[in-house]
Structures are given as structure tokens and as C-alpha cells.
Ligand binder design. Structure first.
Ligand SMILES: Cc1ncc(C[n+]2csc(CCOP(=O)(O)OP(=O)(O)O)c2C)c(N)n1
Ligand SMILES: [Mg+2]
Length: 321
């Protein structure tokens, strides 16, 4: 990898971290409505994974989607404006936190119903097969989603039809306040893929380079016709499930232990130890990331609300009928 690519990935991770910290503040000030699920702690997962895709590869995820959107190439401005429900947001201010999407960047959303986007991912991949495209669909979901019927239907059909999908489970150890052990028959989630005779693996989600390497390998195998594969990525969310979570279900000690493996700290150390970048250069990247986020907040706050007519656009019924 070129140095500039490393710095770009590092900056994406820091932008996500700072943007989410700022959005938590704006939420507390009442400027963001609805739910807000932060990705802090999981940045190496989507940054590593999406760095391995080609432009024709589609990405689809659940509601913890701000980081994924940034990694797919959506600007911090458009993400922040969407969080504030502004017309300049990536979904025109009508989607909000859980419904960021931009097909121009091959990012197919942001989905709020747990597991609901897995059959959609299978459908996207089937569409590519029909049209003889060589894209791979990367479908990300949580550990909790693997206990839902949609998950099993989608994995099964994807294997029967040899669809080009990389199923990615972000195992952050909890579905809301419930540990994996209390909700899933198997605690190593990749074992569920064995039930569909699907090649599977796992990787440390706190280390971006490991995620990227594994993703590159699996995506290329899928592109070459291996059929669907399954990757479990072990990670941890440093914040609550969503804003307002009192977090009575886990100990501070556990959070601290995971924070010692902060994915940004791990990448930083790697870049310095491998002499790819100096501390000063990385501090410069942090400063730039901070400016990008502050510009985004200013842009979002000074943007207009969507017009009332917008209520009648982008719905399934033709206008005027
Ligand atoms: C079908 C459905 N059931 C319940 C919910 C409420 N709910 C929202 S998030 C969530 C937990 C999902 O956990 P996981 O898939 O591990 O994702 P994470 O939040 O950890 O990223 C639940 C139960 C929902 N949105 N949809
Ligand atoms: Mg989870």
C-alpha cells in the first residue's frame, strides 16, 4: 500500500470518531431527532472492509451506518446534514441517522429493521448475476441479526444460487443489552455459516490491516466464482447501544479492557513502528479530520430544512395520483 492510502484510511477512521463525538453533543442539544447509534470502537471494521472493495462492489448495512457511509465516499458534510434532517443531507434530510444511502457511491443504506437488509443484499447480488456484472455485494450486520429468520433465509438462498455476497457479521458482543451467549445457540457466530456449507472465517476487528487483508482475499475469491462467504469480525462498541442507553448490562472494567485495544491507537502504532508515518504527520491528519468535521457541522447547521413538497417525492406512488 502507498503511504497516501494509509493516511487516507487513518483519516477516515479519525473523521468517523470525531464526527460521532460531535453528533452525540448535537443530539444532547436536541438538534438531532430519532435514534442515534454510534460506531465508536468499530471504525477499523468498515474502514478495513470497504478499503478492499472495488467501485462495482455494493455495500449495505444496518442502522449503525455513519462510519460505513463515510468509508463509502459520502462526505462528512452530507452525513452531518442528514443527521440534522437538512435538505442538503445525503438522503435529502428525510432519512436521518439510520437511513443514510447513496447509490452513486454504491452504498445501499442504512436499514433500521434488524436483519431486513439481508434478503435485499441477496437480491442485489442476484441482479448483478442477471446482468453479468462482476460486483460483489458486501452485507454487514450485527451479531443480534444472526438470530433472525431473514438471516437464515438469505444465507440459504445465497448458497443455493451461488450469489456473490460477502456476509459480514460485526460481532460487537451485544445486541442492545443482551450478550451473544444469552441470545445465540453458538457463541462463535461463524459456525452458523457451516449450516449452509458456506466458507467462513473470523478476524480481529480492532486491527484494520487484518480486516483489510482478510476482506481482500475473500472478495477476490467471491469475484472469481466461489459463491458466498461469511466473515465474522470481532469488535466492541465503546458507547451504549444508542444515545440514552444507561448501560446497566456491562461493567466499566470490560469497556476499559477493550478501549486498551482502541482501533485508532493500534493503527497509529503500526504506522509509526513500520515507519510509514511520523507522530507529527499523524497529528496533522488528526487536525485535518477535526477541520473536516467542524466544516461539516457548520454546513449542516446553516443548511435549510427540506421543503414541505418533499413529503410527496421519492415515494412509491406517482406524483399527482
Ligand atoms: C426486527 C427487529 N426487532 C427488534 C428491533 C429492535 N432492535 C434494534 S437494534 C437491536 C439489536 C441488534 O443487535 P445487533 O444485530 O448485534 O447490532 P448492533 O446494535 O450490536 O450493531 C434490536 C433488538 C429491530 N430494530 N428490529
Ligand atoms: Mg451487536
Amino acid at each position: 500500500m502507498e503511504k497516501s492510502e494509509h493516511l487516507d484510511l487513518y483519516q477516515q477512521m479519525v473523521v468517523i470518531r470525531i464526527l460521532e463525538g460531535r453528533s452525540a453533543e448535537l443530539y444532547q442539544q436536541g438538534k438531532i431527532g430519532g435514534f442515534l447509534h454510534l460506531y465508536i470502537g468499530q471504525e477499523a471494521v468498515s474502514t478495513g472492509l470497504i478499503s478492499a472493495r472495488k467501485p462495482q462492489d455494493r455495500v449495505i448495512t444496518a442502522y449503525r451506518d455513519h462510519g460505513v457511509a463515510i468509508n463509502c465516499g459520502i462526505s462528512a458534510k452530507e452525513v452531518m446534514a442528514e443527521l440534522l434532517g437538512k435538505a442538503t443531507g445525503v438522503s435529502g434530510g428525510k432519512g436521518g441517522s439510520m437511513h443514510l444511502a447513496d447509490v452513486n457511491n454504491n452504498f445501499w443504506g442504512g436499514h433500521a429493521i434488524v436483519g431486513s437488509h439481508l434478503p435485499i443484499a441477496a437480491g442485489l447480488a442476484l441482479g448483478d448475476v442477471y446482468q453479468k456484472q462482476d460486483g460483489v455485494t458486501i452485507c454487514m450486520f450485527g451479531d443480534g441479526a444472526t438470530n433472525i429468520g431473514y438471516f437464515h433465509e438469505a444465507l440459504n438462498l445465497s448458497k443455493v444460487w451461488k450469489l456473490p455476497v460477502l456476509w459480514v457479521c460485526e460481532n460487537n458482543q451485544y445486541g442492545m443489552g443482551t450478550t451473544v451467549e444469552r441470545a445465540s445457540a453458538v457463541s462463535e457466530i461463524r459456525q452458523k455459516a457451516d449450516g449452509y456449507a458456506m466458507k467462513n472465517d473470523n478476524v480481529d476487528g480492532m486491527d484494520i490491516m487484518k480486516v483489510r487483508e482478510k476482506a481482500l482475499e475473500m472478495i477476490e475469491e467471491i469475484r472469481s466464482g466461489s459463491g458466498p462467504q461469511f466473515l465474522e469480525i470481532n469488535t466492541y462498541r465503546f458507547r451504549g447501544h444508542s444515545m440514552g442507553d444507561p448501560e446497566r448490562y456491562r461493567q466499566q472494567e470490560e469497556i476499559r479492557k477493550w478501549q486498551e485495544n482502541d482501533p485508532i491507537g493500534i493503527y497509529r502504532r503500526y504506522l509509526v513502528e513500520e515507519k510509514i508515518a511520523s507522530e507529527e504527520e499523524l497529528n496533522g491528519e488528526d487536525k485535518k479530520a477535526n477541520e473536516i468535521v467542524e466544516d461539516a457541522v457548520h454546513f449542516a447547521e446553516s443548511s435549510p430544512e427540506p421543503a414541505a413538497e418533499e413529503l410527496f417525492k421519492n415515494i412509491y406512488v406517482e406524483e399527482g395520483r
